[in-house]
Design a binder for this molecule. Structure first.
Ligand code: ZN
Length: 298
């Protein structure tokens, strides 16, 4: 990997909150984003344009988006599960879309009730609608393991990328360990192979879950293989409601602590971040994780 610090994408306000049952008031969501920004996190996935029936927790996305857009210097991305909500996000002025597609047909069916091929076709149409001025990130879900089918082969991921990359090469691609059952040698091997095969892709990100305590190890394995972007959620919030057992994204404060300890300058003030992490962990219904919050008292 290069000597520059990996970019951090805080996904707590979306991935972290979406599975929480009790509705988190809009003002609290905005306060969380403001706190994370004040701690030095420059890029935040603030929510998802999605069916309010499927994800009632994120039904206030428009208000959250407008408030987050007013925060100076914040690079905000919004997740969209399909073409319909992608178009809605574009209409609302979003200029950085994160689009999700599963390698696994079973997970795709469960998550968005479509086959991966149907989702690829939606993605192709959305890219045309978005135009070159919109930044796009592709989240490749179940890139290592599927909650229904188990371990996912490298060949299956590469075959999907063969379809997706030519649609628009100047995107960021994030390989996601949706269940947290990926292991470092597997993560490293897939990133090395994919980066060598698709040199035209601008940036590669890694999205890990700490279900088995391997969130940090897997994130670093990806960076070692050339990934330059790490997803994490404050207080280790998260878990995919459509992936049974996938609890907890790797905690942002753990990632920051690790990188700083390795000599990187993340630009994040850990003490400020820990304040946000404690507040996030205290949200009603929150399922938190991570270690650094406990290791550093206060
Ligand atoms: Zn996640």
């Amino acid at each position: 990997m290069s000597n520059s610090c990996p970019d951090l994408v805080e996904v707590g306000p979306r991935d972290g909150l979406q599975g929480i049952g009790p509705f988190v008031p809009t003002a609290q969501k905005i306060a969380l984003i403001e706190g994370l920004s004040a701690a030095g996190l420059r890029r935040i996935e603030i929510g998802s344009f999605a069916s309010p029936r499927a994800l009632p927790q994120l039904a206030d996305i428009r208000e959250v988006f407008l408030a987050a857009r007013a925060i100076p210097g914040l690079d905000l991305q919004v997740l969209v599960p399909n073409e319909k909500y992608g178009l809605l996000a574009l209409e609302s002025g979003v200029d950085f879309l994160a689009f999700v597609i599963s390698v696994s047909a079973a997970h795709s069916r469960s998550n968005v009730r479509r086959t991966p091929e149907e989702v690829v076709e939606e993605y192709e149409r959305l890219v045309v609608a978005a135009g070159p001025g919109t930044r796009i990130r592709l989240n490749i879900a179940t890139a290592f393991d599927c909650p229904f089918d188990g371990r996912v082969s490298q060949a299956a991921v590469l075959a999907l990328l063969d379809r997706l990359v030519p649609v628009r090469p100047d995107v960021e691609i994030c390989l996601c360990d949706t269940t947290g059952r990926g292991v470092p040698d597997q993560v490293e091997a897939l990133f090395r192979t994919a980066i060598a095969r698709f040199p035209q892709v601008i940036d590669w990100g890694v999205h890990t879950h700490d279900t088995y305590g391997l969130g940090l190890a897997n994130a670093w394995a990806a960076c070692d293989a050339g990934a330059s972007v790490i997803d994490s959620a404050v207080a280790g919030l998260g878990g995919c409601p459509f992936a049974p057992g996938a609890t907890g994204n790797v905690a942002t404060e753990d990632v920051v602590w690790m990188l700083e300890r390795m000599g990187y300058r993340t630009g994040v003030a850990l003490d400020r971040l820990l304040q946000s992490a404690r507040a996030a962990a205290g949200l009603a219904g929150a399922c938190s994780g991570g270690r650094v919050r406990y290791a550093i008292g206060g």
